[in-house]
Design a protein around this ligand. Structure first.
Ligand code: UDX
Ligand code: ADP
Length: 473
């Protein structure tokens, strides 16, 4: 094999939850490589450049320390997209690929407009041979789209011969543990058909990832592996949530069942936590992509099989809002409900597809007054997600029967005068809540609905609360 192409300069298009942390760790582990993360969004880039590390646009444990070490040394954040592409040996595409909201494939297929736009920008701005790496989660065969766009721009330029090769290098980091996932990945997957480019990228990861964990596949296998990994993980959650519902109807306890089945090494213990259903930017989108792909290839039974995982997830969320209403005497109109947690999981400020959107949405439809507390999510983000502005003034003022919400500054503020507390995110601080101190603040009879099974239910019960805990009969 010819020598490995040396990579001195990397550009990453997209400074989001994937691009930011991934490039920060690459810069940290490869001090000889200049890494520039670019984005069209000036406010986002300004936030990445903020001297106050608590203002970074992505909250991720450990990220601030990595950024502090590298920023200005070999990690840069900029809106000068073309300049960064022009000087890069390797360009990562890490732009958003949400589910299409209209047109062909609406509700299932990914919207590739940002991927296409960034590929065109790379095609125009690159100067010499450039390795283009798909990092965003993409439908299978996207590499071909990117390749077609890039190949149309190949040719001689004053600065040399402009050529491209495309690799798929899907991201497996989970939010909340992104830095440790990047620093010690179970595996790194590189898909491609140009060995020299594959080895160039493998050499970057090889700076800190053991060689046997760097897997090489063809480009389609790599793209499909990402969708499949997420589909399998999400399937486990829908499976355990389905059993949780059965446990609630019987005298079983889903955590005992999970422990018992997880001890079987063929099953394994991870991803067996019953809860309010999965959220996040990947699971639903990737499964819907898989469903779309299967239908496209005429595999309707396979499509139905995977679609059931998503349907069960939505069912679980509606089931939880419905049981809150049922336990509160069949009506929540005008009742105050403290919602603890809005992010889709702990240790992130991300709310994409968070179960809180559907559950809070249902309760607002029913006329509830929600006091929502989350340690990292802003009121502005909640307003976007809930599709309505927070109520100005006090929640008790001018009661109209319409559902309203406000952000609370603490769990204590949220529960004051509430008929129920609903725990939706497994933030560590909710495990530590002092129910003896909180219970007198509620209007009794009062309920604790623990959709994550993290609260001290014994303490809550002995403080006079009625308790519902997910998956517990
Ligand atoms: C996921 C994949 O784990 C990651 O590999 C991929 O790159 C992106 O998608 P992420 O969405 O960040 O990562 O978080 P993850 O920890 O997988 O959790 C997803 C959702 O499942 C969360 O809402 C979480 O609360 C829920 N979940 C997870 C459960 O309900 N039960 C579990 O046992 C595990
Ligand atoms: P992810 O979770 O995949 O990282 P995000 O939405 O957090 O997704 O981040 C994607 C980023 O990509 C956004 O900040 C968006 O502004 C940026 N982006 C999208 N298209 C382009 C483009 N053509 N050039 C530069 N940045 C882009």
């Amino acid at each position: 094999m010819s020598g490995v192409i040396p990579i001195r300069s990397i550009c990453c298009i997209g400074a989001g939850y994937v691009g930011g942390p991934t490039m920060a760790v690459i810069a940290d582990r490869c001090p000889g490589v200049q890494v520039t993360v670019v984005d069209l969004n000036q406010a986002r880039i300004d936030a990445w450049n903020s001297p106050d590390l608590s203002k970074l646009p992505v909250y991720e444990p450990g990220l601030d320390a990595v950024v502090e070490r590298c920023r200005g040394r070999n990690l840069h954040f900029s809106t000068a997209v073309d300049a960064a592409i022009a000087s890069a040996d390797m360009v990562f595409l890490s732009v958003n690929t949400p589910t299409k909201t209209r047109g062909v494939g609406a509700g299932q297929a990914s919207d590739l407009r940002w991927i296409e736009a960034s590929a065109r920008q790379v095609a125009a701005a690159a100067r010499a041979h450039t390795i283009v790496v798909e990092k965003s989660t993409l439908p299978v065969r996207t590499a071909e789209v990117i390749k077609t766009i890039l190949e149309a721009a190949e040719g001689d330029t004053p600065t040399g011969s402009k050529t491209f090769s495309v690799l798929s290098n899907p991201e497996f980091l989970a939010e909340g543990t992104a830095i440790s996932d990047l620093e010690a990945p179970d595996r790194v997957l590189i898909g491609g058909n140009d060995p020299a480019s594959i080895e160039a990228l493998a050499a970057i990861y090889g700076q800190w990832v053991p060689a046997e964990r760097i897997l090489r596949t063809n480009v389609w296998s790599s793209e499909l592996s990402k969708l499949t990994a997420n589909a399998f993980l999400a399937q486990r959650i829908s499976s355990i949530n389905s059993i949780g519902a059965l446990c609630e109807a019987t005298e079983a306890n889903v955590r005992e069942v999970a422990r018992a089945i997880g001890a079987d090494s063929r099953i394994g213990s991870k991803f067996l936590k019953a809860g309010p259903g999965f959220g996040g930017s990947c699971f639903q989108k990737d499964i819907l992509n898989l469903v779309y792909l299967c239908r496209h290839y005429g595999l309707s039974e396979v499509a139905d099989y995977w679609e059931a995982v998503v349907n069960l997830n939505a069912w679980q969320q509606h089931r939880i809002s419905a049981l809150v209403v049922r336990h509160l005497f069949g009506t929540v109109t005008g009742k105050r409900i403290a919602v603890l947690g809005f992010a889709f999981k702990a240790d992130t400020n991300d709310t994409r597809e968070t179960p809180a959107i559907r559950i809070c949405g249902d309760l607002l439809e029913e006329g509830a007054q929600l006091a929502i507390f989350d340690p990292k999510v802003t009121a502005e983000q909640m307003a976007v997600d809930l599709g309505r502005l927070p109520l100005q003034g006090s929640l008790t003022d001018g009661f109209s029967g319409e559902g309203v919400w406000q952000m609370a500054a603490s769990p204590r503020e949220a529960v004051a005068g509430a008929d129920a507390v609903l725990v939706l995110t497994e933030w560590e601080q909710f495990r530590q809540l002092d129910w003896q101190a909180l219970a007198p603040e509620l209007r009794h009879p009062a309920w604790l609905f623990d959709a994550r099974a993290i609260c001290d239910a014994t303490a809550a019960r002995s403080s006079g609360l009625k308790v519902w805990c997910v998956g517990e009969g």
